[in-house]
Design a protein around this ligand. Structure first.
Ligand code: AHG
Ligand code: MN
Ligand code: MN
Length: 335
């Protein structure tokens, strides 16, 4: 193995070479990465740390919160509120935005997160993660409100996720490609293990929750039917399927070996655009995927171009290997 590059060194060098990581943003990323280390420790303790099971509460979207959903949310808030790099935070697990308390200096960034993604996998010891997205507050006005968060994903200054799996890996983009850092537990540091991550344009692997098949819209049904028909169908090749039920884990596989991930709109709740959340899941993942050469749409438009209208907005998600995402999007256009 060659010279080890730490997360700090990577960020400093990126700033020197490309000048797009100002000091506040660097601090923000390092603080989030440190919080993810703390989360990794809790996650690993599992039953020994009494962190498994339900918290007995519900979040704003009516989902039952797991103990770790609540713990991770607190860890991220506590880690980020005092550094002076943030104006406010928003999370899947909080009703409204979280303002930086008055006793701390205010910064110029807005941080959004899904503190624990893949909650249904916590108790069964399957990979889970933390997803985050960073926007810059428009400095034209004083104070901060929910309105400041309602910027399209194309405005993100940075996005990333940490996956708590066989390895703990932090994946990051600041708009100049995608880098991966592996947690070295003995040293307690993040070590750059892959830079310039790219998603193959073609794939023979799809990820979708097949149990929803009867509720899908025709274009999604058509795409999956063609994959399932394999060699004998119009695609002329066999496809493989994976569904981990942790978006972080499915996206991580796609960044590693390609694939397409879909959580599309379906007829169960026709008024709900999708299950996944635009601000905490779809935008950061779409930014990462695009930076790795992949694509992300809601079937009709690029996810990063969507103008959000509310904080907890949901969206239909199709992302991954470019040619497959374009195919599913074209099927939507045709129908
Ligand atoms: P969260 O645990 O943050 O609520 O997110 C779970 C999401 C996503 O990670 C995953 O792809 C999807 O929900 C799984 O949904 P199903 O259980 O419907 O398959
Ligand atoms: Mn999630
Ligand atoms: Mn979550």
């Amino acid at each position: 193995m060659g010279k080890r590059v730490s997360l700090t060194q990577y960020l400093v060098e990126q700033q020197r070479m490309h000048g797009h990581i100002p000091a506040q943003l660097r601090l923000l990323i390092e603080v989030v990465a440190r919080a993810c280390k703390r989360i990794a420790i809790s996650v690993n303790k599992g039953a020994l740390g009494d962190v498994l099971g339900s918290a007995g509460t519900e979040n704003v979207q009516g989902e039952v919160q797991k103990k770790l959903d609540v713990i991770c949310n607190e860890v991220l808030i506590e880690a980020n509120e005092w550094g002076g790099h943030l104006a406010a935070m928003a999370s899947e697990e909080m009703d409204g935005i979280y303002l930086v308390p008055n006793r701390f200096p205010q910064g110029e960034y807005l941080l959004m997160f899904d503190p624990l993604d893949g909650s249904s996998n916590i108790d069964v010891n399957v990979s889970i993660g933390t997803i985050f997205s960073v926007l810059k507050k428009d400095d034209a006005h004083a104070g901060v409100s929910e309105q400041d968060f309602l910027q399209p994903g194309s405005k993100q200054a940075a996005a990333g996720y940490c996956i708590y799996g066989p390895q703990t890996t932090l994946v990051l983009t600041v708009g100049d490609g995608v880098a991966m850092f592996t947690l070295d537990r003995e040293q307690g540091s993040w070590v750059l293990t892959q830079d310039g991550v790219t998603i193959p344009e073609d794939t023979r692997e799809f990820a979708i929750n097949m149990s929803n098949m009867r509720h899908w819209a025709p274009p999604v049904k058509r795409y999956i039917d063609e994959c399932l028909a394999g060699k004998d169908g119009p695609r002329g090749k066999d496809f493989n399927m994976r569904w981990i039920a942790s978006m972080v884990a499915d996206v991580h596989r796609i960044l590693t070996r390609g694939g397409i991930f879909m959580y599309p709109w379906d007829k169960r709740e026709p008024d709900k655009p999708g299950k996944l959340r635009l601000m905490y899941e779809a935008n950061p993942m779409s930014f990462i995927v695009e930076q790795a050469g992949g694509a992300a749409t809601n079937g009709h438009q690029r996810i990063l171009d969507i103008q959000p209208t509310k904080l907890h907005e949901r969206v239909s998600v199709i992302l991954g290997s470019k040619n497959e995402v374009e195919r599913v999007t074209a099927y939507h256009r045709d129908s």
